[in-house]
Design a protein. Structure first.
Length: 242
């Protein structure tokens, strides 16, 4: 409980700082990476050592823009309008959006979506963010595990507790201590530049904002299932697509 309290304080502090800083940081980052890319375009005319340095600068600016993006997701948590939506459609759209990402070429992504799933009401942009973050974590986990048959599965179904959305992977998994700390803002076990530690805390904040719950089941060396449960939209006569 104490931890939860600090967590909330930390999130509030991030929110108020982030909006301003991120905005100011974005433009110079874009300028730097644009100039570096233009310089790299000189290609053969550049001494090898200079080109290597420019590549490193570019990598680091990518880190910065990833951080800026993750932080700005926190500072605009109420984007979009609350609406009655079909979670299956949202999952399909999100998967389509992400298929071009290098990380997603490496494994079979399975969808097991319950066609009779009731609608939920929520903020589509935020829920898309949740699915994206869970998929990125799953992709990282299966990559790190280096399995012969890496698998990530997105499932939906109706349970007693509500409308369930699961992202399951056969990646590296987490021990109990990591599961416990995973939702903390800035907690990451990934090497610098790979993780910001903001993904799951953003997911928690969003799911909480939807009066839902998020739980993590994981076994080191076996894989992880992250389960989001959302209240079904009560008097949903028909679903509105996303
Ligand atoms: P990040 O991905 O930037 O590290 P997250 O908040 O998304 O930050 O996740 C925090 C930590 O939780 C990760 O660094 C990792 O240790 C663990 N984690 C999250 N999702 C998974 C997963 N699907 N499999 C294994 N570990 C995970
Ligand atoms: Mg993450």
């Amino acid at each position: 409980e104490r931890r939860k309290y600090f967590q909330q304080e930390k999130m509030a502090a991030i929110g108020s700082l982030a909006a301003g800083i991120v905005h100011e940081i974005g433009n110079p980052i874009a300028a730097i990476s644009g100039l570096v890319q233009a310089s790299l375009a000189e290609g053969e005319r550049l001494p090898e050592a200079v080109r290597a340095n420019l590549e490193l600068i570019l990598q680091q600016t990518e880190r910065l823009s990833a951080l800026a993006r993750d932080v700005s997701d926190f500072s605009t948590p109420r984007a979009g309008e609350r609406q009655v939506l079909d979670l299956n459609g949202l999952v399909r759209t999100t998967v389509r959006l992400m298929q071009h990402d290098r990380r997603f070429k490496a494994f079979g992504l399975r969808l097991e979506l319950d066609p009779a799933l009731p609608a939920v009401d929520g903020f589509p942009d935020q829920l898309t963010q949740v699915v994206m973050n869970l998929l990125i974590n799953a992709a990282d986990a299966v990559e790190e595990a280096g399995r012969e048959t890496p698998e990530v599965c997105v499932r939906t179904r109706l349970a007693e507790a509500g409308v369930v959305l699961e992202v399951a992977d056969n990646g590296v998994g987490m021990d109990a201590a990591t599961v416990e700390r995973a939702p903390e803002a800035f907690f990451t076990t990934k090497p610098p530049g790979r993780g910001t530690g903001l993904g799951l805390s953003l997911c928690y904040a969003i799911v909480r904002g939807h009066e839902g719950s998020l739980e993590i089941e994981s076994e080191p060396g076996r894989g992880t299932t992250v389960r989001v449960v959302l209240p079904p939209f009560e008097a949903a006569p028909r679903q509105v697509g996303t």
